[in-house]
Design a protein around this ligand. Structure first.
Ligand SMILES: C[S@@+](CC[C@H](N)C(=O)[O-])C[C@H]1O[C@@H](n2cnc3c(N)ncnc32)[C@H](O)[C@@H]1O
Length: 412
């Protein structure tokens, strides 16, 4: 079979993506559209012996460290986003037996507090741009009152109430997830206060509390920790891993901060719009808000091993992309520059004989393919990795040119 036929034969294995994470206990606690599938991670980790150290330098919703801990392994992760660091740690805790029933009681108390609060509650709500596009006045009232109740709690109960709160705020919002990234449902929320809306949101919260209490009962056989940090520079504190298994940011301008902004505002990780751009600039591949203008004046300080192949493609993107061409050329360049920094930083944190597995997609800009997978492979070879291979995993979407790959190698 030719390579092209091989590619065509690959189905869009949905079980490999975030859809596969829904309804599987703690993995379903919170959705992040670009998360990879827990089945894929479990397949990669299933045969690893007890005590295996699994590193994910781009933790996201914590799929890898949680899967590692479920399988009795030791997971350790890093993420630049404080919300995801919090979430990963909450997902991978072992909870006291008394916690689930206490959580259910606290959920009921929160609901009673919400019902007692008057419509004109005067409580805090985040300064999310056009908040009225996200929630009806009734749903917003419930969210404000729940937030106020949860703010007075602490410890494990507060963390788990917060997870239920995050799930609720998305469930009752006008956001839609049927695209690659978050968008709004066609119908705008009504502007009138409706008691039924407020009550529906409370019922959603109670349901979420019950489901979280249920999945928090099961202990994890292994362990996991998620640290806040930058995977380009801040991974020295990690124990040396047997395997680095991750799905890094893709070179596709997806902003995790943008995707996660409703959670991040309500959880007080973002306060004003400029916070989002500042945080996105620290993320590899982030170009949201002020990160875009910073990219305009960015220049590489060092070469990378893929410059010979990458720079001509960047030039073609700059030439063919009209007004946006130079910016997107800088984007592609900086993305690979950052990943090269990351690969150099992570390599000493891998045991001799340890393996890497990076699940990543290619991209296209103005008809020019950016073969991210091939450039990863080249960077691994430049660092002395052996047996570097690229496996095509699945077709990404209706764009015939986009695939997902597993780039693997072994450290000598
Ligand atoms: C594709 S997502 C990971 C998804 C994850 N595998 C999951 O299943 O949820 C990439 C993650 O990399 C993080 N990230 C981006 N730049 C980073 C950096 N410089 N250091 C650490 N994490 C970073 C983002 O915040 C995002 O959570």
């Amino acid at each position: 079979m030719t390579d092209v036929m091989n590619r065509e034969a690959l189905s869009r294995n949905e079980h490999m993506t975030f859809k596969a994470n829904m309804g599987v206990g703690r993995h379903g606690w919170l959705r992040l559209t670009p998360a990879y599938g827990v089945r894929l991670v479990r397949e990669r980790l299933a045969s690893m012996p007890e005590g295996t150290i699994v590193t994910d330098p781009f933790s996201g919703t914590g799929t890898t460290p949680l899967a590692a801990a479920e399988l009795g392994l030791i997971g350790q992760s890093v993420d630049v986003n404080p919300f995801l660091v919090w979430l990963g740690n909450v997902k991978t805790q072992n909870y006291d037996v008394s916690t689930p029933p206490l959580l259910v009681d606290a959920g009921a108390e929160a609901l009673a507090f919400s019902r007692r609060s008057s419509e004109d509650d005067g409580l805090w709500q985040p300064s999310l741009f056009k908040i009225e596009k996200w929630w009806t006045p009734g749903a917003l009232h419930t969210l404000r009152t729940l937030r106020s109740y949860i703010d007075k709690q602490d410890g494990e109960i507060r963390d788990l109430l917060d997870v239920a709160f995050c799930r609720t705020l998305i469930d009752v919002s006008a956001a839609a997830f049927n695209h690659q990234s978050m968008s709004f449902k066609a119908e705008a929320p009504t502007a009138l206060f409706d008691m039924d809306d407020a009550e529906r949101a409370r019922e959603v919260f109670l349901r979420e509390v019950a489901s979280i209490a249920e999945s928090a009962q099961f202990d994890l056989a292994g362990s996991a920790t998620i640290k806040q940090g930058d995977s380009r520079t801040g991974v020295e504190s990690l124990a040396k891993a047997d395997i680095v298994l991750t799905s890094p940011p893709y070179c596709n301008r997806m902003s995790y901060i943008r995707e996660l902004r409703p959670y991040m505002y309500w959880m007080r990780h973002l306060d004003v719009a400029s916070d989002a751009g500042d945080l996105d600039w620290k993320a590899i591949g982030g170009t949201w808000g002020t990160a875009t203008s910073k990219l305009n004046s960015w220049a590489a300080e060092h070469p990378t091993p893929v410059d010979k192949d990458m720079l001509p493609i960047c030039e073609a993107i700059a030439a063919d992309g009209a007004k946006n061409g130079p910016l997107l050329a800088a984007y592609v360049h900086k993305y690979h520059y950052d990943m090269w920094q990351h690969f150099q930083a992570i390599t000493p944190q891998l045991k001799s004989g340890g393996v890497v597995s990076y699940i990543v997609g290619n991209s296209t800009f103005y008809g020019h393919e950016v073969p991210v997978h091939k450039w990863y492979a080249e960077m691994f070879r430049a660092l002395g990795y052996e047996d570097v291979q690229i496996e095509t995993i699945r077709k990404r979407n209706s764009n015939k040119a986009l695939f997902e790959y597993d780039v693997t190698g072994r450290r000598p």
